[in-house]
Each structure stands twice: as structure tokens, then as C-alpha cells.
Design a protein around this ligand. Sequence first.
Ligand code: IMP
Length: 189
Amino acid sequence: MRIYFATGNPHKVKEAELILKDLEGIEIEAVDIPYPEIQGTLEEVSEFGVKYLYRKIKKPVFVEDSGFFIEVLKGFPGTYSRYVQETIGNRGILKLMEDFKGEERRAYFKSVVGYCDEEGVRLFKGVVRGWVSYEIRSKGYGFAYDSIFIPEGENRTFAEMTTEEKSRISHRRRALEAFKDYLKKKLSR
Ligand code: IMP
């Protein structure tokens, strides 16, 4: 069975391939088909997007929508993550966080995978909690907010970890694992 992953983000493709590669009986193919991203929660964005895509290609398809949420900023940038990254970027975020120390720097990444086939839509969620670092730290891995996010239980930012290391604990890993479990059960029905 072939399942399409609609995304234009090569980082997401690499991470999803790592996580889903051992799924027997299922082939994942990345396709860059644009779909409307409505303004709403990650769940609403994924559901709307994947339904649109299924109507268009009529093949099993999934999307992944994610965001970076800073608790003291009431979840900002959240569903505006992409726009905020492209405008004020990590320097801008660190500036907004200047007066916050320790536990006040709590943040999380959240991912929602939306899958649609002839049976309808299913959503799978994953969260990774941690902190906003005090400075930008990167070894050249990762993308976007990875260089300012330190996951719980770590001293390094996501951008100081290899993709393999990040993908063991990431929000995307958790959402994709739930999706993988669902696909395994579906295949054995
Ligand atoms: P979207 O799911 O492609 O709409 O992504 C939203 C935005 O969230 C991305 O453009 C990134 O700025 C941010 N983001 C999502 N996942 C990650 C991640 O794993 N690392 C760093 N930034 C992320």
C-alpha cells in the first residue's frame, strides 16, 4: 500500500522516513502538492488540509502540521511559527524572552499528523517539552527553532543533535509513532 506525504519541507521528509522506514507493507512517497493552510489550531489546519488533498488525489495521504509554543508568551508563536521564524526569527524570540529566567522559559513543540483515506480523517498528536535556550546554539543540524530549543533531559539544543538523535524524541516522532501504530493495526485487519 502506498501512502503519500504532502509537504514541501525536506527536513520533515527526512525525519518521517527515519521513523516510518520499517513499516512493512507500506511505502511512503513524499509529494509537494500545495494545500490551503487555514488559520486555526494545528488540528484544524491538518484536518482541512488532508481532506482537501484526499478529494484532489483520491489516494491515502497524510500531512503534518507543527508549531513551537512558548508558555510564558501564551503559546506564541504557535500556529504562527512559520511566519514568525521568517520575520523576527530566533534572535527576535530571544529578545522577547530576555526578562524570563529558568522555568519561565518553558516551551514545547507540537505536531499533528492528519491522515485521510476512504475511511475518513484521523489525527495523531505528539508533543516534546523543554526550554528556550539563552542563546542560539547549533552544530548545523535541524531547522527553524531547533537552535533555541533544549528538550527535557538534555543540555543540547535540537540543532546540536543529529537528525537521528532529535528524531528519537521529537514531537514529530511521537505523532508519527501513533500514526504508525494505527497503520500496523489497519494492515492486520
Ligand atoms: P508547518 O508545520 O510546516 O506549518 O511548520 C510550522 C513551523 O513550525 C515551521 O516552519 C517551523 O518554523 C516550526 N517547526 C515545526 N517543527 C519544527 C521542528 O522540528 N524544529 C524547528 N522548528 C519547527
